[in-house]
Design a protein around this ligand. Structure first.
Ligand code: FAD
Length: 367
């Protein structure tokens, strides 16, 4: 079977990797690397049990995505791929008041009750919190989730793609032009047809533009995120992920780097500018929570465009009206957590196998 994958973010790279484990599949990946590619900007928090997701189907996918990291990381390690910053540093779900802490416990504790990988989830006080993440302000309390993790998404996508290429997958840079003859999709790169029995479209926020020539569209809209990277003097390798109330957060990586995120900007389309307001929003949040970062060096601000599904849930499955198009999309703000598993599930659908998770709630609706 010849499969063409359009888009190599975390999702397309995962599809390529999982399909490449089957030697009967010839894989071509085409990636345009748009400015704003979400996987290049994503923070890298993997801690679904702390999320405020309420839809049970969405949470099932989210949690399964987090749990899939362990087997994936060890499979990639066996292939010599270790450089993607994955580490279970733990997560602190922060509270200002006892009432907030109780709300957090009510949300998180039932989710981790039968999940040994979450570790011993417990309350921690101000002194312990400051010892774990020294720049923080005083007076915080938190629920500590030892199993919370972080990952360098661009590194992980690269590792999965390299593993796929080692198994024979071909990667091309450029724009995949999709047209149709009847109900069959045709993919062209630089004017040349790339033969395909199946086309897997993992084009992130650019999916509707990619499907426009065939008159299809799915309910996905772009959401801009601006995220700030800082360098500090302290050793940050073990610093936990910080999840305060609200949508902002903070985390650290091995190279004295602290990442503060992120804006969630709707209605700005594919405008990838760094804005004064976006920078201010993120930095004001960061310095209010962690005044000790005031002297940190600003390294860069990344901008990514999240693919937001109207249903809020991931979209995985066949595109109706076309016999050879599969879609993977709608990973929204949790795509680094769900992307590797979503790619595995999509590869199972591509191979005609029963997916590990019932995909009925995540069916793709063509508008
Ligand atoms: P993308 O990574 O955007 O990849 C799509 C690719 O398709 C692009 O390379 C694009 O160029 C290519 N493409 C599109 N059309 C074509 C075409 N016609 N031909 C060829 N190529 C094409 N998630 C978490 O779980 N945890 C986090 O901490 C987290 N933090 C985030 C912080 C920010 C600031 C942002 C923006 C996102 C964050 N996310 C996080 C979400 C996550 O990054 C995204 O959901 C995920 O990266 C989406 O992956 P994707 O592969 O669907 O899309």
């Amino acid at each position: 079977m010849r499969v063409v994958i359009v888009g190599a973010g975390i999702l397309g790279s995962s599809v390529a990797y999982h399909l490449s484990l089957n030697r009967d599949v010839a894989i071509t990946v085409i990636d345009e690397a748009h400015q704003g590619k979400a996987t290049l900007a994503g923070a890298g928090i993997v801690c679904p049990c702390a999320s405020k997701v309420t839809d049970p189907d969405f949470y099932r996918f989210y949690a399964a995505g987090g749990a899939y990291y362990r087997p994936l990381v060890s499979a990639l390690k066996e292939k010599g791929e270790t450089e993607f910053g994955y580490r279970q540093v733990g997560a602190l779900v922060l509270a200002d008041t006892d009432e907030q802490l109780q709300e957090i416990e009510a949300r998180v504790l039932p989710r981790v009750a039968n999940v040994p990988e979450a570790g011993e989830v417990r309350r921690v006080g101000a002194a312990e919190i400051k010892a774990m993440f020294p720049p923080l302000r005083d007076g915080l309390s938190a629920l500590y989730i030892p199993g919370g993790a972080r990952v360098e998404a661009r590194g992980l996508a690269g590792a999965m793609m390299r593993a796929a290429q080692a198994n024979g997958a071909q990667l091309h840079q450029g724009h995949a032009n999709i047209t149709a003859e009847g109900s069959r999709a045709i993919v062209k790169l630089d004017g040349k047809v790339i033969d395909a029995d199946l086309v897997v479209v993992t084009a992130g926020a650019w999916v509707n533009q990619t499907l426009t020539n065939i008159g299809a569209s799915i309910g996905v809209v772009p959401q801009r995120g601006q995220i700030v990277h800082l360098r500090v003097k302290e050793e940050t390798i073990d610093w936990p992920v910080l999840l305060p109330q609200g949508s902002h957060y903070m985390l650290a990586f091995d190279d004295n780097r602290v990442v503060v995120g992120a804006t969630r900007e709707n209605g700005v389309g594919f405008d990838c500018r760094l804005t004064a307001g976006g920078q201010a929003e993120v930095l004001n949040f960061g310095l209010a929570l962690a005044p000790g970062l005031a002297d940190a060096t600003h390294i860069e601000t990344r901008v990514g465009i999240r693919p937001m599904a109207e249903s809020v849930k991931p979209l995985i499955g066949h595109l109706s009206g076309f016999e050879n198009i599969l879609i993977g999309n709608g990973l929204g703000a949790g795509g680094l957590t769900m992307g590797p598993l979503a790619g595995k599930l999509l590869s199972q659908v591509a191979l005609g196998q029963t997916p590990d998770l019932d995909l009925t709630p995540y069916a793709v609706r063509s508008l």
